[in-house]
Ligand binder design. Structure first.
Ligand code: NAD
Length: 367
């Protein structure tokens, strides 16, 4: 089968779905690989390196004309959907709950759609889990972005001119991104605190050297399948009271809290921001899903009450080389699990297939 790597069309996107190394791995397995011209340029992979790995460099028309499987990071745009042929397989992130229309349009073209962000969070699918591979890098970059916007350093420093006390970092949400943010901030020498609604995250945060701020919850039913559920207004109020002391003395705050299928919870209000330290920085990683911070806006830095509030939407793209390497490996593990060089298996009794196959034979297969 022929796999075609499409050039990303989302504005500011720098990643690419396959790297030269993974192209070679696919070719070794008997697949052919076509790469749209300049697809990897912004991730530092030029056409020459793909050619050396055994790929053919093609224009977009040829990619759509010849491919059995089209791969991308972001969903196809409308112009690309119009080019699809009956039976062609498309694999990308889709976020289908946010855009059911997109799945319908692809189904209507008779194409097959797999979603990389719908891979179940089970042990045997860990090596295909793009949410984890990308969030991990995002957690790292959030700390670096915060550090770059602070007027202070992270570590304790004793100098002849006096002692600098370490920066205080507070992290909301101890999922994949939050854990990497804790690890990165600790490595840089900060004093780190973290909070989450899922009690099991206490041990995980502490194992990385953070102090965990527990919030008493009358409701035991805080999560489902590892994901946090939406919390009550009472809980969110209690959480604010428990965390306020740390929030008001923090130099850097990183918010990562998400709830499946719902808007991100507001964890920091304008009133709380007023009471924060002058010079403090907040990086809101949940801004695209509605934001954990009252004043944050996507891809903007707002300065109010002496606090910088940074809304970041696509941090993995700013680390395009590593993010593409990990995405490509996830994709390789996914495709070689689902298919061989001649055909896809489409085993609907198998859990990963059932979760990720969104459209086939003209039908939408998800709600
Ligand atoms: P996520 O991005 O959905 O959410 C980030 C964090 O925000 C979560 O830890 C969540 O509990 C927290 N959160 C939600 N509401 C909050 C609130 N009001 N206050 C504070 N924190 C709040 O999470 P994720 O990183 O995608 O991880 C989700 C789950 O998947 C976790 O249980 C994780 O361990 C699990 N996981 C499993 C695998 C695997 O086995 N393949 C891989 C990765 C992650």
């Amino acid at each position: 089968m022929k796999i075609a790597v499409l050039k990303e069309t989302r504005p500011q996107e720098k990643r690419v779905a396959l790297t030269p190394k993974i192209v070679k791995d696919f070719i070794d397995k008997g697949f052919d690989v076509l790469v749209e011209k300049d697809a990897g340029l912004l991730s530092s992979f030029d056409d020459e390196s793909y050619k050396n790995a055994g790929a053919s460099i093609v224009n977009k028309d040829t990619a759509f004309e010849m491919a059995d499987i089209l791969v991308k990071i972001n969903p196809l745009d409308d112009e690309e959907i119009n080019r699809l042929k009956n039976g062609q397989v498309v694999i990308s992130m889709v976020y289908h709950r946010l855009q059911p229309e997109l799945v319908k349009k692809i189904a209507e073209k008779g194409a097959v759609l797999f979603s990389m962000d719908a891979i179940p969070r089970i042990s045997r699918a860990q090596n295909m889990d793009v949410l984890s591979s990308q969030s991990n890098l995002a957690g790292y970059k959030a700390v670096i972005t915060g550090a770059d916007n602070m007027t202070k350093i992270f570590p304790l420093m004793m100098t002849a001119a006096g002692t600098i006390t370490p920066a205080k970092v507070l992290i909301y949400g101890v999922g994949v991104a939050g854990l990497q943010a804790i690890a990165t901030a600790k490595r840089l020498g900060a004093v780190v605190e973290a909070t989450d609604v899922r009690p099991e995250t206490k041990e995980q945060a502490e194992s990385l050297g953070a102090k965990f701020i527990s919030v008493e919850n009358d409701n035991d039913d805080v999560s489902e399948g590892g994901y946090a559920k939406e919390q009550s207004a009472e809980f969110l109020q209690k959480q604010k009271e428990a965390v306020n002391k740390s929030l008001f003395s923090a130099d850097l705050v990183i918010t990562t809290a998400l709830v499946q299928g719902a808007k991100a919870p507001v964890l920091i209000t304008e009133d709380q921001i007023k009471q924060m330290k002058r010079g403090a920085v907040i990086v809101d990683m949940a801004v695209e899903k509605g934001g954990n911070v009252d004043l944050s806006e996507p891809d903007k830095t707002i300065e109010k009450y002496g606090v910088k509030i940074i809304g970041t939407t696509n941090l993995p793209s700013t680390l395009a080389t590593n993010a593409s390497e990990l995405y490509a490996k996830n994709l390789y593990n996914f495709i070689t699990f689902m298919a061989d060089k001649d055909h896809f298996y489409f085993d609907m009794d198998e859990e990963i297939t059932r979760h990720t196959l969104l459209a086939k034979d003209g039908k939408v297969l998800v709600e």
